[in-house]
Design a protein around this ligand. Sequence first.
Ligand code: NAD
Ligand code: UDP
Length: 332
Amino acid sequence: MKKILLTGGLGYIGSHICVELINKRYEVIIIDNLSNSSKNSLDGIKKITGYKPKLYISDLRDKLSLLRIFKENKIESVIHLAGFKSVNESIEAPLSYYNNNINGTITLLEVMDQFDCKSIVFSSSATVYASSNEMPISESAPLAASSPYGSSKLVIERMLQDLCSSDDDWRISILRYFNPAGAHKSGLIGEAPNGSPNNLFPYISKVAIGDLEKLKIFGNDYKTQDGTGVRDYIHVVDLAKGHCKALEFMQDNKKIIVVNLGTGNGFSVLEVVKEFEKACNKKIMYEFSERRGGDLDKCYADPSLALKLLNWKAKLSLNAMCRDTWNWEKKK
Ligand code: NAD
Ligand code: UDP
Protein backbone atom coordinates (compact mmCIF):
# COMPACT_ATOMS: atom_id res chain seq x y z
CA MET A 1 0.00 0.00 0.00
CA LYS A 2 1.28 3.45 -0.90
CA LYS A 3 1.79 5.68 2.11
CA ILE A 4 0.42 9.20 1.94
CA LEU A 5 1.11 11.84 4.57
CA LEU A 6 -1.95 14.05 5.04
CA THR A 7 -1.12 17.32 6.82
CA GLY A 8 -4.19 18.84 8.51
CA GLY A 9 -5.95 15.51 7.98
CA LEU A 10 -8.37 15.90 10.89
CA GLY A 11 -9.83 19.13 9.49
CA TYR A 12 -12.91 19.62 7.34
CA ILE A 13 -11.43 18.87 3.91
CA GLY A 14 -8.64 16.61 5.22
CA SER A 15 -11.03 14.15 6.89
CA HIS A 16 -12.96 13.74 3.61
CA ILE A 17 -9.74 13.26 1.63
CA CYS A 18 -8.70 10.66 4.18
CA VAL A 19 -11.89 8.64 3.54
CA GLU A 20 -11.41 8.76 -0.25
CA LEU A 21 -7.74 7.74 0.05
CA ILE A 22 -8.62 4.76 2.25
CA ASN A 23 -11.36 3.79 -0.23
CA LYS A 24 -8.64 3.81 -2.91
CA ARG A 25 -6.43 1.55 -0.73
CA TYR A 26 -3.80 4.09 0.20
CA GLU A 27 -2.28 3.93 3.67
CA VAL A 28 -2.86 7.31 5.27
CA ILE A 29 -0.72 8.94 7.95
CA ILE A 30 -2.11 12.12 9.46
CA ILE A 31 -0.24 14.98 11.11
CA ASP A 32 -2.42 17.60 12.81
CA ASN A 33 -1.92 19.90 15.79
CA LEU A 34 -5.69 20.07 16.57
CA SER A 35 -5.62 23.87 16.31
CA ASN A 36 -8.89 23.77 14.35
CA SER A 37 -10.09 20.19 14.69
CA SER A 38 -10.53 17.35 17.14
CA LYS A 39 -9.78 13.65 17.36
CA ASN A 40 -13.52 12.99 16.79
CA SER A 41 -12.83 13.11 13.04
CA LEU A 42 -10.76 9.96 13.45
CA ASP A 43 -13.75 8.08 14.90
CA GLY A 44 -15.90 9.25 11.97
CA ILE A 45 -13.24 8.08 9.49
CA LYS A 46 -13.04 4.69 11.28
CA LYS A 47 -16.83 4.25 11.22
CA ILE A 48 -17.06 5.08 7.51
CA THR A 49 -14.07 3.07 6.26
CA GLY A 50 -13.47 0.48 8.99
CA TYR A 51 -9.90 1.72 9.22
CA LYS A 52 -8.21 4.12 11.65
CA PRO A 53 -5.25 5.93 10.10
CA LYS A 54 -2.06 6.52 12.07
CA LEU A 55 -2.20 9.95 13.73
CA TYR A 56 0.66 12.17 14.86
CA ILE A 57 -0.56 15.07 16.98
CA SER A 58 2.17 17.54 16.20
CA ASP A 59 2.79 20.94 14.66
CA LEU A 60 4.11 20.97 11.11
CA ARG A 61 6.71 23.55 12.13
CA ASP A 62 8.22 21.10 14.63
CA LYS A 63 11.04 19.83 12.41
CA LEU A 64 12.32 17.14 14.78
CA SER A 65 8.90 15.61 15.04
CA LEU A 66 8.44 15.74 11.25
CA LEU A 67 11.83 14.06 10.75
CA ARG A 68 10.69 11.29 13.08
CA ILE A 69 7.47 10.81 11.09
CA PHE A 70 9.44 10.45 7.85
CA LYS A 71 11.92 8.09 9.55
CA GLU A 72 9.15 5.87 10.89
CA ASN A 73 7.12 5.75 7.67
CA LYS A 74 8.23 5.36 4.06
CA ILE A 75 6.11 8.19 2.72
CA GLU A 76 5.58 8.25 -1.02
CA SER A 77 3.60 11.44 -1.38
CA VAL A 78 2.18 14.30 0.70
CA ILE A 79 -1.19 16.04 0.56
CA HIS A 80 -0.65 19.33 2.33
CA LEU A 81 -3.67 21.04 3.89
CA ALA A 82 -2.42 22.14 7.32
CA GLY A 83 -2.71 25.88 7.76
CA PHE A 84 -4.99 28.68 8.84
CA LYS A 85 -7.80 29.56 6.43
CA SER A 86 -9.83 32.59 7.50
CA VAL A 87 -9.52 35.72 5.37
CA ASN A 88 -10.86 37.98 8.14
CA GLU A 89 -8.67 36.49 10.87
CA SER A 90 -5.62 36.88 8.63
CA ILE A 91 -6.25 40.62 8.33
CA GLU A 92 -6.28 40.87 12.15
CA ALA A 93 -3.31 38.55 12.74
CA PRO A 94 -1.13 38.57 9.60
CA LEU A 95 2.05 37.37 11.30
CA SER A 96 0.41 34.33 12.74
CA TYR A 97 -0.93 33.46 9.26
CA TYR A 98 2.42 33.97 7.52
CA ASN A 99 4.17 32.03 10.28
CA ASN A 100 1.84 29.05 10.28
CA ASN A 101 1.17 28.75 6.56
CA ILE A 102 4.58 29.63 5.14
CA ASN A 103 6.92 28.32 7.83
CA GLY A 104 4.88 25.11 8.08
CA THR A 105 5.28 24.57 4.33
CA ILE A 106 9.01 25.36 4.31
CA THR A 107 9.64 22.89 7.14
CA LEU A 108 7.61 20.24 5.34
CA LEU A 109 9.39 20.73 1.99
CA GLU A 110 12.84 20.65 3.63
CA VAL A 111 12.09 17.35 5.34
CA MET A 112 10.53 15.89 2.18
CA ASP A 113 13.65 16.88 0.23
CA GLN A 114 15.88 15.28 2.86
CA PHE A 115 13.96 11.99 2.56
CA ASP A 116 13.80 12.19 -1.23
CA CYS A 117 10.00 12.31 -1.11
CA LYS A 118 9.34 14.73 -3.97
CA SER A 119 5.64 14.51 -4.64
CA ILE A 120 3.13 16.93 -3.13
CA VAL A 121 -0.45 18.07 -3.62
CA PHE A 122 -1.04 21.55 -2.20
CA SER A 123 -4.35 23.15 -1.12
CA SER A 124 -4.52 26.56 -2.70
CA SER A 125 -7.55 28.72 -3.13
CA ALA A 126 -9.50 30.84 -5.60
CA THR A 127 -8.60 33.77 -3.37
CA VAL A 128 -5.24 34.00 -5.21
CA TYR A 129 -7.01 35.42 -8.29
CA ALA A 130 -7.15 39.18 -8.86
CA SER A 131 -10.57 40.67 -8.14
CA SER A 132 -10.78 42.27 -11.59
CA ASN A 133 -10.94 38.93 -13.43
CA GLU A 134 -13.69 38.01 -15.89
CA MET A 135 -15.78 34.95 -14.98
CA PRO A 136 -15.34 32.05 -15.29
CA ILE A 137 -11.75 32.17 -14.04
CA SER A 138 -9.17 30.00 -15.72
CA GLU A 139 -5.80 29.11 -14.19
CA SER A 140 -3.96 31.59 -16.42
CA ALA A 141 -5.95 34.58 -15.07
CA PRO A 142 -3.97 37.33 -13.31
CA LEU A 143 -3.14 36.71 -9.64
CA ALA A 144 -3.30 39.21 -6.78
CA ALA A 145 -4.04 38.45 -3.18
CA SER A 146 -6.25 40.82 -1.23
CA SER A 147 -5.53 39.44 2.26
CA PRO A 148 -2.58 38.01 4.21
CA TYR A 149 -4.25 34.58 3.87
CA GLY A 150 -4.32 34.92 0.07
CA SER A 151 -0.75 36.23 0.05
CA SER A 152 0.43 33.23 2.06
CA LYS A 153 -1.11 30.92 -0.59
CA LEU A 154 0.55 32.92 -3.40
CA VAL A 155 3.95 32.81 -1.70
CA ILE A 156 3.66 29.04 -1.29
CA GLU A 157 2.58 28.59 -4.91
CA ARG A 158 5.63 30.59 -5.99
CA MET A 159 7.90 28.60 -3.68
CA LEU A 160 6.62 25.35 -5.21
CA GLN A 161 7.21 26.69 -8.74
CA ASP A 162 10.78 27.65 -7.80
CA LEU A 163 11.40 24.27 -6.22
CA CYS A 164 10.21 22.52 -9.36
CA SER A 165 12.48 24.65 -11.54
CA SER A 166 15.46 23.85 -9.31
CA ASP A 167 15.02 20.06 -9.38
CA ASP A 168 13.35 18.00 -12.14
CA ASP A 169 12.40 15.22 -9.74
CA TRP A 170 9.63 17.17 -8.01
CA ARG A 171 6.03 16.38 -8.93
CA ILE A 172 3.65 19.05 -7.70
CA SER A 173 -0.08 19.62 -7.98
CA ILE A 174 -1.40 22.99 -6.88
CA LEU A 175 -5.17 22.74 -6.50
CA ARG A 176 -7.12 25.98 -6.29
CA TYR A 177 -10.37 25.26 -4.45
CA PHE A 178 -13.47 27.35 -5.00
CA ASN A 179 -16.13 27.14 -2.19
CA PRO A 180 -16.13 23.74 -0.46
CA ALA A 181 -19.48 22.83 1.09
CA GLY A 182 -21.44 19.78 2.25
CA ALA A 183 -20.30 16.78 4.24
CA HIS A 184 -19.92 13.03 3.91
CA LYS A 185 -23.36 11.50 3.25
CA SER A 186 -23.05 9.35 6.39
CA GLY A 187 -23.20 12.49 8.54
CA LEU A 188 -20.16 11.19 10.47
CA ILE A 189 -17.68 13.84 9.32
CA GLY A 190 -18.20 17.44 8.26
CA GLU A 191 -17.27 21.04 8.96
CA ALA A 192 -17.08 21.93 12.66
CA PRO A 193 -15.77 25.48 12.89
CA ASN A 194 -14.71 26.82 16.29
CA GLY A 195 -16.92 29.69 17.48
CA SER A 196 -19.35 31.58 15.27
CA PRO A 197 -18.95 30.55 11.61
CA ASN A 198 -17.84 33.04 8.94
CA ASN A 199 -18.76 31.01 5.89
CA LEU A 200 -22.21 30.77 4.36
CA PHE A 201 -22.96 27.04 4.67
CA PRO A 202 -22.03 26.57 8.34
CA TYR A 203 -23.84 29.81 9.17
CA ILE A 204 -27.10 28.78 7.46
CA SER A 205 -26.81 25.40 9.11
CA LYS A 206 -26.61 27.00 12.58
CA VAL A 207 -29.67 29.13 11.79
CA ALA A 208 -31.58 26.03 10.66
CA ILE A 209 -30.75 24.12 13.85
CA GLY A 210 -31.73 27.13 15.99
CA ASP A 211 -28.30 28.06 17.41
CA LEU A 212 -28.27 31.37 15.54
CA GLU A 213 -31.27 33.60 15.01
CA LYS A 214 -30.90 34.73 11.42
CA LEU A 215 -28.52 34.92 8.50
CA LYS A 216 -27.16 38.31 7.54
CA ILE A 217 -26.90 38.46 3.77
CA PHE A 218 -23.98 40.70 2.95
CA GLY A 219 -25.26 42.95 0.17
CA ASN A 220 -28.27 42.71 -2.17
CA ASP A 221 -27.16 45.27 -4.73
CA TYR A 222 -24.51 43.29 -6.59
CA LYS A 223 -24.77 42.90 -10.37
CA THR A 224 -26.00 39.30 -10.12
CA GLN A 225 -29.24 37.42 -10.84
CA ASP A 226 -30.89 38.62 -7.56
CA GLY A 227 -28.40 41.15 -6.19
CA THR A 228 -26.72 38.76 -3.73
CA GLY A 229 -23.17 37.38 -4.07
CA VAL A 230 -22.54 34.45 -6.40
CA ARG A 231 -20.05 31.64 -5.67
CA ASP A 232 -18.96 28.29 -7.06
CA TYR A 233 -19.92 25.86 -4.27
CA ILE A 234 -18.28 22.46 -4.62
CA HIS A 235 -19.22 19.36 -2.64
CA VAL A 236 -16.36 18.40 -0.31
CA VAL A 237 -16.54 14.76 -1.46
CA ASP A 238 -16.04 15.81 -5.10
CA LEU A 239 -13.15 17.97 -3.92
CA ALA A 240 -11.63 15.05 -2.03
CA LYS A 241 -11.86 12.81 -5.10
CA GLY A 242 -9.94 15.47 -7.07
CA HIS A 243 -6.96 14.87 -4.76
CA CYS A 244 -6.93 11.14 -5.57
CA LYS A 245 -6.93 12.05 -9.27
CA ALA A 246 -4.00 14.41 -8.71
CA LEU A 247 -2.01 11.63 -6.99
CA GLU A 248 -2.70 9.32 -9.94
CA PHE A 249 -1.63 12.03 -12.39
CA MET A 250 1.63 12.67 -10.54
CA GLN A 251 2.65 9.02 -10.77
CA ASP A 252 3.24 9.34 -14.50
CA ASN A 253 4.10 13.02 -14.84
CA LYS A 254 7.10 14.80 -13.43
CA LYS A 255 6.09 18.41 -13.48
CA ILE A 256 4.05 21.06 -11.78
CA ILE A 257 0.37 21.56 -12.52
CA VAL A 258 -1.98 24.28 -11.30
CA VAL A 259 -5.63 23.31 -11.49
CA ASN A 260 -8.97 24.83 -10.42
CA LEU A 261 -11.31 22.57 -8.47
CA GLY A 262 -14.78 24.03 -8.92
CA THR A 263 -18.02 23.14 -10.66
CA GLY A 264 -18.17 26.05 -13.08
CA ASN A 265 -21.65 26.97 -11.76
CA GLY A 266 -22.37 30.08 -9.72
CA PHE A 267 -25.19 30.20 -7.15
CA SER A 268 -26.36 33.31 -5.30
CA VAL A 269 -26.79 33.51 -1.51
CA LEU A 270 -30.58 33.56 -1.96
CA GLU A 271 -30.45 30.49 -4.19
CA VAL A 272 -28.45 28.65 -1.52
CA VAL A 273 -30.93 29.72 1.18
CA LYS A 274 -33.85 28.42 -0.93
CA GLU A 275 -32.14 25.08 -1.57
CA PHE A 276 -31.24 24.72 2.12
CA GLU A 277 -34.85 25.40 3.13
CA LYS A 278 -35.92 22.50 0.89
CA ALA A 279 -33.27 20.22 2.42
CA CYS A 280 -34.15 20.95 6.05
CA ASN A 281 -37.84 21.63 5.49
CA LYS A 282 -37.65 24.81 7.57
CA LYS A 283 -37.72 28.52 6.91
CA ILE A 284 -34.28 30.14 7.13
CA MET A 285 -34.64 33.58 8.66
CA TYR A 286 -32.47 36.23 7.03
CA GLU A 287 -31.99 39.96 6.67
CA PHE A 288 -30.03 42.02 4.19
CA SER A 289 -27.09 43.93 5.57
CA GLU A 290 -24.11 45.91 4.28
CA ARG A 291 -21.69 44.33 1.83
CA ARG A 292 -18.81 42.56 3.57
CA GLY A 293 -15.46 44.29 2.93
CA GLY A 294 -13.37 42.56 0.28
CA ASP A 295 -16.24 40.45 -1.16
CA LEU A 296 -16.58 40.06 -4.92
CA ASP A 297 -19.95 40.13 -6.69
CA LYS A 298 -19.28 36.78 -8.34
CA CYS A 299 -16.61 34.13 -8.45
CA TYR A 300 -16.79 30.84 -10.34
CA ALA A 301 -14.31 28.55 -11.99
CA ASP A 302 -13.50 27.44 -15.46
CA PRO A 303 -13.04 23.77 -14.48
CA SER A 304 -12.04 22.49 -17.95
CA LEU A 305 -8.33 21.97 -17.17
CA ALA A 306 -9.17 19.58 -14.32
CA LEU A 307 -11.21 17.48 -16.75
CA LYS A 308 -8.46 17.54 -19.36
CA LEU A 309 -5.49 16.80 -17.08
CA LEU A 310 -7.00 14.82 -14.21
CA ASN A 311 -10.13 13.40 -15.82
CA TRP A 312 -11.99 14.93 -12.87
CA LYS A 313 -15.32 16.70 -12.87
CA ALA A 314 -17.56 17.68 -9.94
CA LYS A 315 -20.69 15.51 -9.91
CA LEU A 316 -22.66 16.41 -6.78
CA SER A 317 -25.36 19.11 -6.90
CA LEU A 318 -26.16 22.08 -4.68
CA ASN A 319 -29.07 20.00 -3.41
CA ALA A 320 -26.63 17.30 -2.24
CA MET A 321 -24.45 19.94 -0.53
CA CYS A 322 -27.47 21.27 1.42
CA ARG A 323 -28.84 17.79 2.24
CA ASP A 324 -25.46 16.52 3.50
CA THR A 325 -24.67 19.69 5.48
CA TRP A 326 -28.05 19.40 7.21
CA ASN A 327 -27.62 15.67 7.87
CA TRP A 328 -24.24 16.40 9.50
CA GLU A 329 -25.64 19.30 11.55
CA LYS A 330 -28.45 17.12 12.93
CA LYS A 331 -26.11 14.29 13.89
CA LYS A 332 -23.33 16.43 15.43
P1 NAD B 1 -9.50 23.16 8.62
O1 NAD B 1 -9.11 24.24 9.53
O2 NAD B 1 -10.75 22.40 8.91
O3 NAD B 1 -8.30 22.11 8.49
C1 NAD B 1 -6.95 22.46 8.61
C2 NAD B 1 -6.32 21.49 9.59
O4 NAD B 1 -4.94 21.81 9.73
C3 NAD B 1 -6.94 21.56 11.00
O5 NAD B 1 -7.26 20.25 11.42
C4 NAD B 1 -5.84 22.18 11.87
O6 NAD B 1 -5.88 21.68 13.19
C5 NAD B 1 -4.59 21.76 11.12
N1 NAD B 1 -3.42 22.65 11.27
C6 NAD B 1 -3.38 24.00 11.11
N2 NAD B 1 -2.12 24.44 11.30
C7 NAD B 1 -1.35 23.34 11.58
C8 NAD B 1 0.03 23.14 11.86
N3 NAD B 1 0.90 24.16 11.92
N4 NAD B 1 0.45 21.89 12.10
C9 NAD B 1 -0.41 20.84 12.06
N5 NAD B 1 -1.71 20.96 11.79
C10 NAD B 1 -2.18 22.21 11.56
O7 NAD B 1 -9.55 23.77 7.14
P2 NAD B 1 -10.10 23.14 5.80
O8 NAD B 1 -11.33 23.87 5.41
O9 NAD B 1 -10.13 21.67 5.89
O10 NAD B 1 -8.96 23.61 4.79
C11 NAD B 1 -7.85 22.79 4.48
C12 NAD B 1 -6.94 23.53 3.52
O11 NAD B 1 -7.68 23.91 2.36
C13 NAD B 1 -6.34 24.80 4.09
O12 NAD B 1 -4.99 24.89 3.66
C14 NAD B 1 -7.17 25.90 3.47
O13 NAD B 1 -6.45 27.10 3.32
C15 NAD B 1 -7.50 25.30 2.11
N6 NAD B 1 -8.73 25.86 1.54
C16 NAD B 1 -9.90 25.77 2.26
C17 NAD B 1 -11.07 26.36 1.74
C18 NAD B 1 -12.37 26.31 2.52
O14 NAD B 1 -13.28 27.09 2.23
N7 NAD B 1 -12.53 25.42 3.50
C19 NAD B 1 -11.03 27.00 0.49
C20 NAD B 1 -9.83 27.06 -0.21
C21 NAD B 1 -8.68 26.49 0.32
N1 UDP C 1 -22.31 35.40 3.02
C1 UDP C 1 -23.41 36.05 3.59
N2 UDP C 1 -23.59 35.91 4.94
C2 UDP C 1 -22.75 35.17 5.74
C3 UDP C 1 -21.65 34.51 5.13
C4 UDP C 1 -21.46 34.67 3.75
O1 UDP C 1 -24.16 36.72 2.92
O2 UDP C 1 -22.97 35.11 6.96
C5 UDP C 1 -22.10 35.52 1.55
C6 UDP C 1 -20.80 36.20 1.16
O3 UDP C 1 -20.97 37.60 1.10
C7 UDP C 1 -20.51 35.55 -0.20
C8 UDP C 1 -21.08 34.13 -0.06
O4 UDP C 1 -22.01 34.20 1.02
O5 UDP C 1 -21.26 36.21 -1.22
C9 UDP C 1 -20.01 33.09 0.29
O6 UDP C 1 -19.26 33.54 1.41
P1 UDP C 1 -18.23 32.59 2.18
O7 UDP C 1 -17.69 33.36 3.33
O8 UDP C 1 -18.88 31.27 2.48
O9 UDP C 1 -17.11 32.29 1.08
P2 UDP C 1 -16.09 33.28 0.32
O10 UDP C 1 -16.34 34.67 0.78
O11 UDP C 1 -14.76 32.76 0.69
O12 UDP C 1 -16.38 33.10 -1.13
